[in-house]
Design a protein around this ligand. Structure first.
Ligand code: ADP
Length: 394
């Protein structure tokens, strides 16, 4: 089966083409709508690669470019030959709680939810529509970042605000990175030989955006991101948890608008806000040069991770595994070491010899004596979307 996975942003289109769950092509079209585009398309079978800076006026044109690349590489004559197309959709709201084949009703709901995901859902709709127009015969499937967290119990997803905000405005914790938390926890259970519906784990998706998830019997019971992907851990450019009264204070004292506050909290905070760099590798370089703010930023990051993992350890009746994934989780051995060292008294014993220098490999990295198994599981959200799409259209 040939499945295309699309991730549409407001000015970008990322894709991966699978043949029987094996990736054969991928690419990204950026700067859509700008005077100069940035396109990279590559075949993973032949290493044939196309890099272009021609302007890409809209997503429709982007989809056409993907189609002509597939024709050029011989993968497909046209997009109608696809068996299905899976779309990453960030927010499903409270009604779209499972991946589904997209019809008018689903599109309408994704649009309705856009009010609480203004940066993502409108862009997804543009991408889905472009695909529907280019390949009317192909079934489209939506896979929601929020879906895995639809099992959160009420006491975990409610905020202690007036109840009407939940009923009237849908204000509640939704959680994100669900496709990743679900994928890596299933992989880990399989690797450890534990039935998934009896598996308890804490998954740490640590990329530029970062979130944790507490999983009991294969179901998400809590997660650190909330109503939006801002809550929780300190991230590359996002502040994570803070006292909400700080925002009203800044409005009163410095007269910021809500839009400005959104930009500060989402794009100018986290590692970037504390030490001027959002990429952990740059932060590590600064620390080596003796930069105190970079050291502080890393200490804050570790502290919050430990605090959150500890709280999930407390709410789970038993923790079988701690799973590290995404850019930082898969690559930064020092972060894994520092976090686990602080959790040692709870039974998290890292084998430092295995951990050291390990990157992007599915591996058990705890000592045999460790009460909680510690693993690295490389995430693959696109493969998960392709697999779900395949099973839904079959
Ligand atoms: P995104 O959230 O954008 O999908 P990724 O999961 O790709 O992010 O993670 C990107 C982040 O991973 C980078 O910003 C960087 O901080 C971190 N990272 C990637 N490689 C390494 C590495 N070798 N050592 C430390 N950190 C790394």
């Amino acid at each position: 089966m040939k499945i295309l996975v699309l991730n549409s942003g407001s000015s970008s289109l990322k894709f991966k083409l699978y043949e029987d769950k094996y990736p054969i092509a991928n690419g990204v079209i950026e700067k859509i709508g700008e005077h100069q585009g940035k396109t990279t398309l590559q075949s993973l079978k032949t290493q044939e690669k196309v890099s272009l800076d021609d302007p890409v006026p809209n997503h429709q044109r982007g989809v056409e470019m993907i189609e002509s690349f597939f024709r050029q590489t011989g993968f497909l004559k046209n997009l109608n030959e696809l068996d299905g197309c899976g779309h990453r959709v960030v927010h499903g709201g409270k009604n779209l709680t499972k991946p589904c084949v997209i019809d008018d009703k689903v599109l309408k709901e994704i649009r309705r939810v856009a009010v609480i995901a203004p940066l993502h859902n409108p862009a997804h709709i543009i991408g889905i529509r472009a695909m529907m127009e280019a390949a009317p015969k192909v079934k489209n499937v939506a896979v929601f970042d929020t879906a895995f967290h639809s099992s959160l119990p009420e006491h975990a997803f409610m905020y202690a605000l007036p109840y009407d905000f939940y009923e009237d405005e849908g204000v509640r914790k939704y959680g994100f990175h669900g496709t990743s938390h679900s994928y890596v926890s299933k992989k880990a259970a399989e690797f450890l030989g534990i039935e998934y519906d009896k598996f308890n784990a804490i998954t740490a998706h640590l990329g530029n955006g970062a979130s944790l998830c507490a999983i009991e019997n294969g179901k998400s019971i809590d997660t650190s991101m909330g109503f939006t992907p801002l809550e929780g851990l300190m991230m590359g450019t996002r502040c994570g948890d803070l006292d909400p009264a700080i925002m009203s204070h800044l409005v009163r004292i410095l007269h910021y608008t809500t839009e400005e506050l959104d930009v500060i909290m989402n794009k100018k905070s986290g590692f970037l806000g504390i030490c001027g760099h959002n990429d952990l590798r740059d932060v590590e370089n600064l620390i080596e040069q003796g930069d105190q703010k970079a050291k502080l930023a890393k200490d804050m990051y570790i502290y919050r991770l430990v605090k959150y993992i500890g709280s999930y350890f407390a709410i789970l009746p038993r923790t079988d595994a701690l799973i590290f994934t995404a850019g930082v989780g898969e690559n930064a051995d020092d972060i894994r070491k520092l976090v686990c060292a602080k959790l040692a008294h709870l039974g998290f014993e890292l084998d430092e010899n295995i951990n050291k220098g390990l990157r992007g490999e599915l591996k058990l990295i705890s000592k045999q004596s460790s009460k909680v198994k510690i693993l690295i599981v490389p995430t693959d959200e696109e493969l998960e979307i392709a697999s779900i799409t395949e099973s839904l259209i079959k």
